[in-house]
Design a protein around this ligand. Structure first.
Ligand code: DOR
Ligand code: ZN
Length: 430
């Protein structure tokens, strides 16, 4: 007996597109995928998907959940509710919390709180270095044994070349991803936006593209040496995309992500000194945006990530140079991709689901193939629906949404997490 039937939709997964209904069993797995599933008399909940696309749930490789330490900006529960509203069924939490996610105790705390919230699978990254201070490696083997699949000092890059080489040597043995927020501090220090014509005009100190590109080049070289699985976080420049493209063309096994804001916004957004547009890496130029889009289209960039980075209104109202960097992203990612990327929907769904799932090795449960027996991690999206972004219409504790008032196309209608609806008709139901 099905517990839930998704009726009338078109499935798009890694196997292509087909008009089918999806039945979900009481144990949270997919029970059947067939052209007509009659739910009458079964007592099953019927979820309407007429005119919609049924897709694998999305996977975000880059989510700041702020817990522990910054619960006024977000909690694991509020952040994962945002994720569910965005169509996600799994997220990877970033480690720049207080304390940092650099020990077994904090890894366990985050995983436990994720399970307790029960809205998506919460995976956590762990820091590469203790306190993300760049000096001593975390107990990577112990953390990997707890299920950590991605290590990063996100918020900062690992500056010390020798230490990064050692992290990659351990990472290669442990078969985990070594993810880098590529930023050379010596070049970025003191900067608050992209270094270019706009930073000159506004009198805001800039962060040059080389701050990112030099570290991309270094990590490509170190990954070649060590055999580590290098993953490049939030690429933002023409040069970074070219470096990764050339490495892949030469046969190197690396992966990369781009955020939604780096393919939709430019440094010109900073013209009114509104810190909602302050982010790290900074919003770059129209040429950089174009290069990110080409990178997403041609496979150089493997995944769309959100870098969902909640900050309190109080902190974002500080002067531009004092406000913290970061913007919300989980609830707008699909619509921004549909609205701004000139790509087939199947490719967009792949960038949001099965390709990031593979990077962290959770593709058995997320993304890929909607077939009987697999976990029912699904979202139902209306690719043609238009809506206006309202920063107050959010599950987040924060409001730092840079898309206020923008009309976007593509909306998440329902999200099903392990067989249970977390979002129905756009509203969180748990
Ligand atoms: O803009 C950013 N915000 N970039 C980062 O690397 C960190 C993040 C945050 O934690 O707010
Ligand atoms: Zn980062």
């Amino acid at each position: 007996m099905p517990e839930l039937v998704i009726r009338g939709g078109t499935v798009i997964d890694a196997d292509g597109e087909r008009r089918v209904d999806v039945a979900v069993a009481a144990d949270g797995t997919i029970a059947a995928v067939e052209p007509e599933i009659d739910a009458t008399g079964t007592g099953a909940t019927v979820v309407d998907a007429a005119g919609c696309v049924v897709a694998p749930g999305f996977v975000d490789l880059h989510t700041h959940l702020r817990e522990p330490g910054k619960e006024e900006a977000e909690t694991i529960e509020s952040g994962t509710r945002c994720a569910a509203r965005g169509g996600y069924t799994a997220v990877v939490a970033m480690p720049n919390t207080t304390p940092a996610i650099d020990s077994a105790a904090v890894v366990r705390q985050v995983l436990d709180a994720g399970r307790a919230a029960g809205l998506v699978d919460v995976h956590t990254s762990a820091a590469i270095t203790i306190e993300r201070a760049g000096e001593h490696l975390t107990p990577m083997a112990e953390l990997a044994a707890l299920g950590v699949k991605l290590f990063t000092d996100d918020g900062a890059g690992v500056q010390d070349d020798r230490l990064m080489r050692r992290a990659m040597e351990y990472g290669a043995d442990l078969d985990v991803a070594l993810a880098q927020h590529c930023e050379v501090e010596a070049l970025a220090a003191g900067g608050h936006m992209h270094e270019g014509a706009w930073s000159s005009r506004l009198g805001i100190p800039g962060i040059p593209v080389e701050a990112e590109e030099l570290m991309v080049a270094r990590d490509l070289a170190l990954a070649r040496r060590t055999g580590a699985r290098a993953h490049f976080q939030h690429l933002s420049t023409v040069g970074s995309v070219e470096l990764v493209r050339a490495a892949k063309a030469a046969g190197q096994q690396v992966t990369a992500e781009a955020t939604t804001h780096h393919f939709t916004l430019t440094d010109a957004c900073c013209a009114a000194y509104d810190a909602v547009f302050k982010v790290n890496p900074p919003l770059r130029t129209a040429e950089d945006v174009a290069a990110i889009k080409v990178g997403l289209a041609d496979g150089t960039i493997d995944a769309i990530a959100t870098d969902h980075a909640p900050h309190t209104t109080e902190s974002k109202e500080l002067p531009f140079d004092q406000a913290p960097p970061g913007m919300l992203g989980l609830e707008t990612a699909l619509a921004l991709a549909i609205t701004e990327l000139d790509l087939p929907l199947a490719q967009i769904i792949g960038l949001l689901s099965w390709r990031p799932a593979a990077i962290v090795g959770i593709d058995d449960d997320h993304g890929g193939h909607l077939v009987p027996g697999r976990a029912a991690n699904l979202c139902v999206i209306d690719p043609a629906a238009t809506w206006v972004v309202d920063p107050d219409a959010t599950a987040s504790r924060s409001r730092n949404n840079p898309y206020a008032g923008r009309t976007l196309t593509g909306r998440v209608r329902h999200t099903i997490y392990r067989g249970t609806p977390t979002v129905l008709d756009g509203e969180a139901c748990r």
